[in-house]
Design a protein around this ligand. Structure first.
Ligand code: URP
Ligand code: ZN
Ligand code: ZN
Length: 471
């Protein structure tokens, strides 16, 4: 079980250098030159970068939603993730009101058991706070290693929690060393706008975007940030899509409030006009928050570059166009919300971000891997290339060219939202804990090898906002 990777250029969130990586018993044993390699399998990474495996902090695999269940499960989803250079995912575990949190965790373990090819962990949804939930939260943190909780401010009558729940969750999470995540859109206003649109006979997919304008995301983001400041807690805003939300995050951080923001490849590269595609094809691009006018993309790229947004999640939530998205024909509110991005998250950021000079190579590693490990209690086990870390590694050809297509992707879903996009850079081989999962672009691992990861509590030491309060 010894391997040595030679001739590659190692890239971490801080450094780029030529060196060898010696792997022993699932871990990186050493990084350096002229390492002892007797008995080790030699892997030649000539002409390639070696990155720490990607960490996708935002997936919804086999999740019931919108009257159906997401198409990719822990097997197809993690296989697709691995092909794309991701070696860890953190999936959202949904809870039911009135039922123990532990029941939900059991359900998610049952879904993932014997399926994943890479390591995985869970965030836990909080939709109500009562005595039982308050008793369970510390147990979930200590026993299950779940150190991040998700509160939905949207999806009225489905997942939406009220502000009291959000505030109480922020206070409780802070007390026990956890991080709160929010889906920040004002669900009440969206509900009003949706009903009005339908009354006016506006039923096409584009009305999904028009009834969830950027203001509803900006308002909810600002509210969540203020409540976080009041609770002296910390917040992670998922899938930030627009200038209004970025503005609120910047304002909060400048005021010393501990807020972190994630965006997704779809918001960086696609825009609202996709929802106007004919023949109901716009439904392929229905997710929440919705795609925005194109100018928002520059704001998101700049925020990533400047560290005002820190991470890239896929928000993988895939539904087939035929048989699932079409549940919403004649009523856009019934189109299942979500899209397929787990596979292309890393490559698309490399191609559009690094290759086009929008972010540096080291920022890219930070955004797709290191920062996620730090924020979600996985660092330094995951998210870097250093002695003692898990040997989760991606051997990446920075010059390979390919065209994204549903014909060649590995997700189970029947379309790709980036269909036809030409990108540069591709994972060639992917190792998880020292084992090849993808070797020379072929799957070589069995479902079930992926392990559940218990995560550490939020660590102020490894992750504090860089901004200084200047008042
Ligand atoms: O439309 C989306 N984003 N679907 C997944 C659930 C969520 O809101 O993250
Ligand atoms: Zn969401
Ligand atoms: Zn999501």
């Amino acid at each position: 079980m010894r391997k040595i990777i030679k001739n590659g250029t190692i890239v971490t969130a801080t450094d780029t250098f030529k060196a060898e990586i010696l792997i022993e018993n699932e871990k990186i044993k050493a990084v350096g030159t002229d390492l002892p390699s007797e008995g080790a399998e030699v892997i030649d990474a000539n002409g390639c970068y070696v990155f720490p495996g990607g960490i996708d902090p935002h997936t919804h695999l086999e999740m019931p939603f919108g009257g159906t269940v997401t198409k990719d499960d822990f097997e197809t989803g993690t296989i697709a993730a691995a092909f794309g250079g991701t070696t860890t995912i953190i999936d959202f575990c949904l809870t039911d009101k009135g039922k123990p949190l532990k029941d939900a965790i059991k359900t998610w373990h049952a879904k993932s058991k014997d399926k994943a090819v890479i390591d995985y962990s869970f965030h836990l949804m909080i939709s109500e706070i009562n005595e039982n939930v308050l008793k369970e939260i510390p147990k979930v943190i200590e026993e299950d290693g779940i150190t991040s909780f998700k509160v939905f401010m949207a999806y009225k009558n489905v997942f939406q929690a009220d502000d009291e729940t959000l505030f109480h969750t922020l206070v409780t999470a802070k007390e026990h060393g956890a991080l709160v995540m929010v889906h920040a859109e004002n669900g009440d206003v969206i509900d009003y706008l949706c009903k009005k649109a339908l009354e006016e006979g506006k039923t096409d997919p584009i009305y999904h975007a028009l009834t969830r304008p950027p203001e509803v995301e900006g308002e909810a983001t600002g509210r969540a940030c203020m409540l976080t400041g009041l609770a002296n807690a910390r917040l992670y805003v998922v899938h930030v899509s627009c200038a209004q939300a970025v503005g609120k995050i910047i304002e909060a951080r400048n005021n010393g409030i501990q807020v972190y923001g994630e965006t997704c490849p779809q918001y960086l590269l696609l825009d609202q006009s996709a929802l106007e595609k004919p023949d109901f094809e716009g439904a392929k691009y229905v997710w929440s928050p919705p795609l925005r006018e194109k100018w928002h993309q520059d704001v998101l790229w700049n925020a990533l570059k400047n560290g005002q947004l820190q991470t890239l999640g896929s928000d993988q939530c895939s539904f087939d166009f035929k048989g699932q998205k079409d549940l919403g024909k004649g009523d856009f509110t019934k189109i299942p919300n979500g899209g397929p991005f787990i596979e292309d998250r890393v490559s698309v950021l490399f191609s559009e971000g690094v290759k086009k000079g929008r972010i540096t190579l080291n920022q890219f590693v930070d955004i797709v891997s290191t920062k996620n490990a730090k924020l979600f209690g996985l660092f330094p086990q995951k998210g870097t290339i250093a002695a003692g870390s898990d040997a989760d590694l991606v051997i990446f050809d920075p010059n390979a060219r390919r065209t994204i297509s549903a014909k060649t992707h590995h997700m189970a879903v029947d379309y790709n939202a980036f269909e036809g996009m030409e990108i540069t850079g591709e994972p060639i081989s992917v190792l998880s804990r020292g084992e090849f999962v993808i070797r020379d672009k072929k799957l070589v691992a069995e479902p079930g090898r992926g392990r559940y990861l218990k995560r550490a509590k939020f660590s102020q030491e490894i992750e504090a906002p860089k901004q200084v309060v200047t008042k």
